[in-house]
Design a protein around this ligand. Structure first.
Ligand code: SF4
Length: 308
């Protein structure tokens, strides 16, 4: 199978099982530059919705992918940045839904949920997974480093309004960062803010893959358990994930296609290659290390591979 531009995986998602990814956004195009971003630094900070690619081009690849009957539980529109910046999002969701019975999910940073068009487009998805990492404008600027005039109060109001209208599953996520938004005061603030949001699930996360800024640290398991107890959420850390998959036959190309959107550590790569009955695992890992487009990062004792 040829290399895909818009479709990737399936990749294991601890929240959703095997996720077939759809990326309608050019690399690192986002209205945030989160300090914890696992894709690295945002070099295209933008807040204008655009038709980056024709919907029919993405759908043509989607059709080609599902013609090979790949194994997946959910189609996730996730992007290499923020998917609500894609002006064709509503049509894209509708067209995907015509072609599969599997649920369609959208992962969003929630920045544009105040926009009524975005609300309408997202209402077509079965699952929307918005983030709410900050609890006020100061933590918003510190963690998410949003584009220009984006303002926390407006973003929060958008999230509340969308949650009231949306009829699908709303799964919220809060990224907890050590000594940034994990103390008692922060948790009390989140608890108050959550009271106004109609959500189905709350996931608590902490940066487990190399963040954009090396000073960002994950919280320890004790703090995570306390946050779970206090906010009533589910710790993503405690969820098991399935293995990575790819329809691309060439092992090295398959890994490159995944790490373009989703960093993998050495263990995950080895397991992925074993699952494909690969006989030259060491050679492929050595090729990855030599490849100039691959960042090899030693993070918390694990070697992690990410496309530059
Ligand atoms: S974590 Fe998501 S919202 Fe934040 S910079 Fe990265 S892609 Fe954008």
């Amino acid at each position: 199978m040829k290399e895909m531009k818009y479709i990737f995986g399936s990749v294991p998602s601890r929240r959703m099982g095997l996720s077939l990814g759809v990326s309608p956004i050019p690399k690192k195009t986002c209205n945030y530059a989160c300090t914890y971003c696992q894709l690295g630094k945002t070099y295209n900070l933008a807040n204008t919705r655009q038709m980056f690619y024709p919907v029919q081009d993405i759908i043509a690849e989607f059709e080609e992918t599902i013609a090979n009957s790949p194994n997946f539980d959910v189609v996730t529109i996730v992007g290499e940045g923020e998917p609500t910046l894609y002006l064709g999002l509503g049509d894209l969701i509708s067209e995907i839904k015509k072609r599969t019975d599997k649920p369609v999910a959208v992962i969003t940073n929630a920045a544009l949920l105040y926009d009524e068009n975005v609300q309408l487009e997202l209402s077509k998805a079965d699952i929307v997974l918005p983030s709410m990492d900050a609890y006020d404008n100061t933590t918003y600027r510190k963690i998410n480093r949003p584009y220009g005039k984006l303002n926390y109060d407006e973003v929060y109001k958008g999230l509340v309004t969308f949650s009231e209208k949306y009829e699908g599953q709303l799964w919220l996520e809060i990224m907890l960062i050590d000594e940034v938004n994990d103390d008692e005061e922060a948790l009390n603030n989140y608890a108050k803010l959550l009271n106004n949001i109609k959500y189905d699930r709350l996931y608590l996360n902490t940066p487990v893959r190399p963040p954009a800024e090396s000073y960002v640290k994950e919280i320890n398991s004790e703090k995570m358990l306390y946050a779970v107890e206090k906010l009533g959420g589910i710790s993503i850390d405690l969820l098991k994930s399935l293995g990575f998959q790819s329809e691309i036959k060439d092992d090295l190309k398959a890994i490159l296609s995944i790490i373009k959107r989703h960093p993998m550590n050495q263990f995950e790569i080895e397991e992925f290659l074993k699952s494909r009955e690969c006989t030259n695992i060491d050679e492929i890992i050595s090729d990855l290390k030599k490849d100039e487009q691959v960042d090899v990062i030693d993070y918390k004792g694990y070697i992690t591979y990410r496309l530059k």
